[in-house]
Design a protein around this ligand. Structure first.
Ligand code: NAI
Ligand code: MG
Length: 499
């Protein structure tokens, strides 16, 4: 007997045939800017194309905002801040945010397919990770909107003002949610710029925001390249910059805002260590390594790109890892069986190839799975390097692709010293059977997030962010909210007891 389909279940399309159909996806040929609650043509009169990196076909033309367009967006955000959003009852703000989250859920399938088309990421990940987590960020921060006094006891909290938000291409919708949700909950208004290779889900989010009836100008989406981002950073009426992207651009932004009084959070690069101790459950650890480096084609700021394995189990782990890499399917991002999708852009593929070449020249031993790569589009086989020196370029620099380096170690002190020895400090992982070892290692690693016996786990309630050149400030949880409020202490009369 045929099984009756449960139509009330969400998401219903878990059982979609592979490859995912795109027939129901509605993309416009051309996208304008979303400013002041309207779709407006760019004053620049320019558009650029965004392509599908899996086949190099154009998906849509997108407005290229210049300084004047950014100025228009900032003015709209200021007006909305002054006249509406900062004055609104926080519980009312929350209702809008819940509405946005619900509408995103209703359109989850469309968001997931568009994300995979525009970014090259595999549909399984867009569907199960990016989109649900993005929705959850809105739900989570909606919950805080009317509880700010409890979130920051003994403080008089107020919003900061207009937030300029610049995001990268590796998690386009999720990064938009990470940025927009806490800003709105605290009463700020927003000008957000998505990355030039992946603007479509942020524009889709603008449609959702519009349909949720958010007051005009509370969220403005301006598309463009780096100069559009710089125009946001340099605009005198922007009070706060939130940036996720490369360490280089992070440094440029930090210099640009020095002395302006603008607040900033910077989420930058990483070169995270994933450490396997000799008592670890090896099969699980190897799965964790695979997830750590090959998830999202390795385009992950916290990717576990440096494996450290204790000498006694090194041969076994490397053998298992190679075996597992050989089974990974690289190809069509819309096929639900695909493990590794398309590299986000031709430039990024070039960058990864350059690092692979550097690794070979440095004398490291390379292993690549001999999977078949599609003939068009940007693809890279999963790659690992052994015999690497701590000082080598491929160990020190962020590659942002499916490339893992492997080093061995004898003692815990040695691995901690090596794990900490890069310019970055974003994340790390440790695999061991012993709780005491976890405690010892996690307290000594200089990384914003340390996972034990797991990797790449995210939750809206957990703060995320780095040390050193990985940036500063935290996103997620109360820490993420505090980045969007001004906190003034109450007078001494008011003590913790009587709040
Ligand atoms: P990027 O840092 O140039 O781009 C990120 C965002 O910043 C984009 O929206 C871009 O338009 C904008 N932007 C660029 N220049 C700007 C400026 N001067 N002022 C304001 N905004 C600006 O990153 P890109 O060039 O796409 O990637 C290069 C490398 O950066 C990658 O290979 C990877 O290593 C690293 N990267 C790291 C990310 C992370 O999450 N840690 C994300 C993206 C890239
Ligand atoms: Mg694209």
């Amino acid at each position: 007997m045929a099984k009756k389909k449960n139509t009330s279940e969400f998401p219903k399309w878990n059982y979609a045939p592979a490859p995912e159909s795109t027939s129901h996806i509605q993309l416009k040929d051309r996208y304008d800017l979303y400013i002041g609650g309207k779709w407006v043509k760019p004053l620049s009169k320019k558009y650029f194309k965004t392509i599908n990196p899996a086949n190099e076909k154009t998906l849509a033309q997108v407005a290229y905002a210049n300084e004047k367009d950014v100025d228009k967006a900032v003015k709209a955000a200021r007006k909305a801040y002054d006249e509406v959003w900062s004055k609104m009852e926080p519980s009312e703000r929350a209702k809008y945010m819940y509405r946005i989250a619900r509408l995103m859920q209703e359109r989850a399938r469309e968001f997931a397919v568009i994300e995979s088309l525009d970014a090259g990421k595999v549909i399984r990940e867009s569907r199960d990770v990016d989109v649900p987590l993005a929705c959850n960020h809105f739900f989570y921060y909606a919950g805080w909107a009317d509880k700010l006094e409890y979130a920051f006891p003994n403080r008089k909290v107020s919003p900061i003002g207009v937030a300029g938000q610049i995001i990268p291409w590796n998690f386009p919708l999720l990064m938009a949610a990470w940025k927009i949700a806490p800003a709105l909950a605290a009463g700020n208004t927003v000008v957000l710029k998505p990355a030039e290779t992946t603007p479509l889900t942020a524009l889709k989010l603008a449609e959702v925001i519009h349909d949720a009836g958010l007051p005009d100008g509370v969220v403005n989406i301006v598309t463009g390249y780096g100069d559009t981002g710089a125009a946001i950073v340099n605009h005198p009426d922007v009070d706060k910059i939130a940036f996720t992207g490369s360490t280089n651009v992070g440094k440029i932004i930090q210099k640009a805002i020095a002395g302006t009084g603008k607040k900033a959070t910077l989420e930058l690069g990483g070169k995270s260590a994933n450490i396997i101790m000799d008592d670890a459950p090896l099969d699980e650890a190897v799965e964790g390594i695979v997830n750590g480096i090959f998830f999202n084609q390795g385009h992950v700021c916290c990717a576990g790109s440096r494996l450290f394995v204790q000498e006694g189990v090194a041969d076994k782990v490397i053998e298992k890892l190679k075996h597992r890499m050989d089974s990974l399917i690289v190809g069509d991002p819309l096929d639900k069986n695909t493990d590794i999708g398309a590299i986000n852009s031709r430039e990024q593929l070039g960058m990864i190839h350059k690092y692979i070449e550097i690794g070979r020249k440095e004398g490291a031993t390379m292993y690549q799975s001999n999977c078949e790569l599609p003939s068009s589009g940007y693809y890279c086989a999963p790659t690992l390097f052994t015999n690497v020196a701590q000082s080598s370029i491929i160990v020190q620099e962020e590659i942002f692709g499916p490339v893992l380096t492997i080093q061995t170690f004898r003692t815990t002190d040695e691995v901690i010293q090596k794990a900490n020895n890069t310019p970055y400090g974003l994340a790390a992982g440790v695999w061991t059977d012993k709780g005491s070892r976890i405690f010892n290692v996690t307290t000594k690693l200089r990384a914003g997030v340390v996972w034990a016996n797991t990797y790449n786990q995210f939750d809206p309630a957990s703060p995320f962010g780095g040390y050193k050149e990985s940036g500063f400030g935290r996103e997620g949880g109360l820490h993420g909210l505090s980045a969007y409020v001004k906190q003034n202490e109450y007078g001494t009369v008011r003590s913790v007891e009587n709040v």
